[in-house]
Design a protein around this ligand. Structure first.
Ligand SMILES: [Zn+2]
Length: 251
């Protein structure tokens, strides 16, 4: 820093003066550099460099051509207002002054029963793929927590006899009881546009869209398709007249 200062702001040998316009530019540049050195942008959770080499403010969704421009934006009214809004929201969601040791002792949540839920069957006619949309209502959820889910295989659970036909989908959110849905043990399509969760903190509804891969995959992914005659017989898709998995009727 001091080395750069000495070179850039000292007068050139022989010239004897620096114009006032140049001085103003230098001053701005010096402030910009100072800000860049003082503020560690890598620690700014809202600062992001996109694939085009531009800079983005993830809080305000604004684009910036350089870091200096981004920094100027962070001092502006819009960003400051959004920061204040975000802080207010975080403060409302987080417990005030958590006391870790006491909290562990108090952690025995009194369960308040099962949440309400809705399950919607989904069908993608183009892919021939089925899916389930779960919407779980947690109006009394503990402040600062978010619902979670996980898929449990049949041999992991201890409540029902083992069966390869089924797997279980569990939802948890304190202080509610954990609930489990018995679902067919089809392969889940983990493509991020198909498998997703959403927590709506205003309506307190947790959604999970659980898509299954299409059972027969003649219209499979490009490049992975084999001509039918090359498939060994045991890999042939089940005949279409097979009944759908029982859960689609039971649920
Ligand atoms: Zn911003």
């Amino acid at each position: 820093m001091s080395f750069l200062d000495a070179r850039e702001h000292g007068s050139k040998p022989g010239s004897g003066f620096v114009s006032s316009q140049q001085e103003a530019i230098d001053r701005r540049e010096r402030l910009r550099r100072l800000a860049l050195e003082t503020i560690d942008l890598s620690k700014d959770p809202y600062f992001m460099r996109n694939h085009l080499g531009q800079y983005e403010c993830r809080l305000c969704l604004t684009l910036h051509t350089n870091e200096g421009n981004y920094l100027a934006h962070t001092q502006g009214k819009r960003h400051q207002q959004n920061l204040a809004k975000r802080a207010a929201r975080d403060a409302a969601e987080k417990p005030v002054a958590p006391a870790p040791q006491r909290r562990v002792a108090v952690k025995k949540t009194v369960r308040i029963g099962r949440p309400g839920y809705r399950v919607t069957k989904q069908f993608d006619p183009e892919m021939g793929a089925r899916g389930l949309l779960f919407q779980i209502e947690y109006p009394e959820i503990e402040e600062g927590t978010k619902p979670r889910h996980r898929v449990m295989s049949s041999y992991e659970q201890r409540k029902e006899p083992w069966s390869k036909e089924w797997q279980y989908l569990l939802f948890a959110a304190e202080p509610y009881e954990v609930i489990a849905f018995k679902i067919p043990s089809l392969e889940v399509d983990k493509h991020p546009e198909k498998l997703f969760t959403h927590w709506d903190p205003d309506n307190r509804v947790y959604s999970l869209q659980l898509p299954f891969k299409a059972p027969a995959a003649p219209a499979g992914r490009p490049g992975m398709q084999l001509p039918p005659q090359q498939l060994p017989p045991q890999q042939l898709p089940p005949p279409p007249q097979l009944a759908p998995p029982p859960a689609f009727r039971n649920m």
